[in-house]
Write a protein of this length. Sequence first.
Length: 291
Amino acid sequence: MRTLDPKNQEIAKIHQLLLGAVAPRPIAFASTVDVDGMPNLAPFSFFNVFSAHPPILVFSPARSVRDNTTKHTLQNVLATKEVVINVVTHDMVQQMSLASSNFPKGVNEFDKSGLTMVSSQKVRPYRVAESPVQLECVVQEVKALGLEGGAGNLVICEVVMMHFEETVLGVNGGVDPVKIDLVSRMGDNWYGRAKEGLFQVIKPTRNIGMGVDELPESIRNSMVLTGNDIGKLATRATMPSENEVHEFLVNNLSIKKILEDKSIKEIHKFVQQYLRADDLDTAWKILAATT
């Protein structure tokens, strides 16, 4: 493993490594205006949601690593204390990237990118019509993290009005991750497309899992089961009872026959099929029958 002390590295190298390692990152497409009302639009991947009550977003326009200049976005939020955060979808990623160009002050990135300005309801900056989620914000605080190139500036924003396209909402009223088709920022020129890599991990919030330390040794030390497999098994609160296992085998004679003819290694490979299908109950009953 390569170990690096940031104090002994060039800023550009630290920047490259951190952005490649801390990823994927959501993108804040931040719309602001200056004191004269001139629009500005720029993307930032140092961004996330930090609170729901009150609803707080934080993003960070960093000082230029190259010449220590500050972004027009930062200048505008310091002057007006308002911003609109628009999310970025795959359909608009090229236009978003174009808006990130270092245009001179006073140039309207909405015009340059071909994106459409929509008036906001509670703040002065415009919303991006093509974005399916637009969050009008009032800036609570801007915290400078340094004065040299590469230093961030935390812009802490309170959401005062939210806009959601009906087309990206699911049946439960939440945002459907497939329908919204968000993109994320990686290192260098790389981006990620969320819906192409979606998978679910059930949170162990209702029932506390037994933990890996409570698993039988044959499972913990398996030569087949991966860390993810073992972690999934350990989310169950208890092992299946003898009665549950007996009933399972009576009702699944084909599985019972398979277990009689296989080694532990082969059984663990068999169990993986059920774990991959998120059938934790069957996986556990097979393991319990052979442990």
